[in-house]
Design a binder for this molecule. Structure first.
Ligand code: HEC
Length: 165
């Protein structure tokens, strides 16, 4: 994975920034400035199995997760310790997404759909993010989430994923 991908996925803000500081229009040359910044954050590489995402993608996802998801799912994606018990209103607390819960039972299209539409249509309480986050941003967040999954969980998820998608 490389700088070009990062520029592409980050989309508008980066392109605008590049436009502002580079009149040559050579995105390839200007991109490293931005991506260096992104990859200096500690990449959560705790695994050895090949993943569908790059470490850079997971780093981008971390910032988006902290902004949009951490208030409920916790900064480390560990969720609420009582996530299996419904509360007084009959709702489930935010579950862990770090591989200890059951998020890994869901194939990729299902994970993307949960984030896009939230849980409210299904009687839950998670808000929808389809108006707030692009598909790329949702994928980046899921990359960061999955960077917490140990190989064993990830490989099991991959098998589920390949069966169902
Ligand atoms: C206001 C609190 C809240 C926010 C913010 C939130 N969630 Fe959730 N999330 C929940 C709750 C509660 C559930 C359980 C289902 C329900 O009640 O909707 C859930 C369920 C999920 C699930 C399904 C997990 C499983 O084990 O089935 C995923 C995946 C998920 N959230 C991802 C995210 C991501 C990614 C973000 C940020 C873009 C996010 N959530 C933001 C509260 C939240």
């Amino acid at each position: 994975m490389n700088k070009t991908t990062i520029t592409f996925v980050l989309g508008m803000p980066v392109l605008l920034a590049l436009g502002a500081c580079s009149d040559s229009g050579q995105k390839e040359t200007a991109a490293p400035v931005t991506s260096e910044k992104a990859v200096t954050a500690p990449a959560p590489v705790l695994y050895t199995a090949d993943r569908w995402f790059s470490p850079e993608q997971a780093v981008r996802g971390e910032a988006l997760f902290q902004k949009n998801c951490a208030e409920c799912h916790k900064a480390d994606a560990s969720g609420d310790p009582n996530w299996k018990q419904t509360n007084a209103e009959g709702k489930l607390p935010p579950p862990p997404l770090n591989g200890t819960g059951h998020a890994w039972h869901h194939p990729m299209p299902m994970l993307q759909q949960i984030v896009r539409n939230g849980g409210i249509p299904m009687g839950g309480s998670m808000p929808a993010f389809k108006e707030k986050l692009t598909t790329e941003q949702i994928n980046d967040i899921l990359a960061w989430v999955q960077s917490h999954w140990p190989d064993k969980i990830y490989i099991t998820w991959m098998q589920i994923n390949q069966r169902k998608s």
